[in-house]
Design a protein around this ligand. Structure first.
Ligand SMILES: [Zn+2]
Ligand SMILES: [Zn+2]
Length: 274
């Protein structure tokens, strides 16, 4: 009979799809780890995405369930960094357990450097939750900043949300992926997303569900059309609400809109010239 420890170990992935040192052969790869808010449904996870290109692997958002999903495909030890659009729990709650994993590695001498986390400075009380025995190096970022993270450049603009939040654009020189974070439609995001190859955008509110500081699905369709994005992937679906209805409302104005599917990889390539 196998011991409990052996059973636990057998569930631990030792063969990852993302093997160092090179992941992305495509311009940018986006993998959806979780797509739900504000809490995960059975067998689902709150928002979290892997963005990769070449040797750069960025965990973008880390909601509830993300650390488990991450380990289905990648070793957290190989993350270049984490980026959090803001510090609401549906985007960062699993950072509170990822910090333990990193700390254990440091304690066991498997790692010297902390894992770097880029996020807004505020709310301070939420940000301070990320300070744990030196496991995470928290680097505040703000709108207008640009980061060069190996093979991927990232640019931030302000979102419109009840707490400070950032939308962001990932660029490789070959393609662009814009991610909304949580926000209402706004002109900064529209400028950032203009002609982007892909827009990954929150689609929280529908004609029957509303929440402040979020997109209404029908507005999202109009917004993506106006910004002339090459591809629209909708995410941040409200748990318990009807995703099919959300997609129908988006497609009234952007018929090719895609629904973010958990565990799916999206290869972001240059949008066709129009
Ligand atoms: Zn939020
Ligand atoms: Zn959210």
């Amino acid at each position: 009979m196998r011991s409990l420890e052996e059973n636990a170990f057998s569930e631990h992935n030792t063969s990852f799809e993302y093997e160092f040192p090179c992941w992305g052969e495509y311009a940018i790869e986006l993998r959806v780890l979780g797509r739900y808010s504000p809490y995960p449904p059975a067998k689902g996870a709150c928002v979290s995405y892997l963005v990769c290109r070449g040797d750069t692997l960025i965990l973008t958002e880390c909601g509830s369930g993300a650390v488990s999903r991450l380990q289905e495909v990648a070793d957290w030890r190989n993350l270049t960094c984490v980026i959090l659009s803001h510090l609401h729990a549906d985007h960062m709650s699993d950072m509170l357990v990822l910090r333990y994993a990193v700390h254990i590695d440091m304690r066991n001498g498997l790692r010297k450097q902390p894992l770097r986390v880029y996020c807004p400075q505020e709310p301070v009380a939420q940000r301070e939750l990320l300070d744990y025995k030196g496991a995470l190096e928290v680097v505040p970022v703000s709108a207008g900043e640009r980061l060069s993270l190996g093979d991927i450049d990232v640019e931030f603009c302000p979102a419109v949300h009840p707490i400070p939040c950032l939308s962001m654009k990932f660029s490789t020189g070959k393609s662009t992926l814009v991610y909304s974070g949580d926000t209402e439609p706004n002109s900064d995001l529209e400028s950032l997303a203009r002609d982007a190859d892909t827009l990954l955008c929150e689609a929280t509110c529908t004609s029957t569900y509303s929440a402040p500081g979020h997109f209404l699905c029908e507005e999202l369709g109009r917004f993506a059309k106006r910004a002339r994005v090459g591809r629209l992937i909708a995410t941040h679906f409200a748990t318990g609400e009807d995703v099919a209805q959300a997609m129908r409302e988006i497609r009234l104005h952007y018929p090719d809109a895609e629904e973010a599917q958990e565990r799916r990889v999206y290869k972001i390539s240059r949008k066709p010239d129009s």
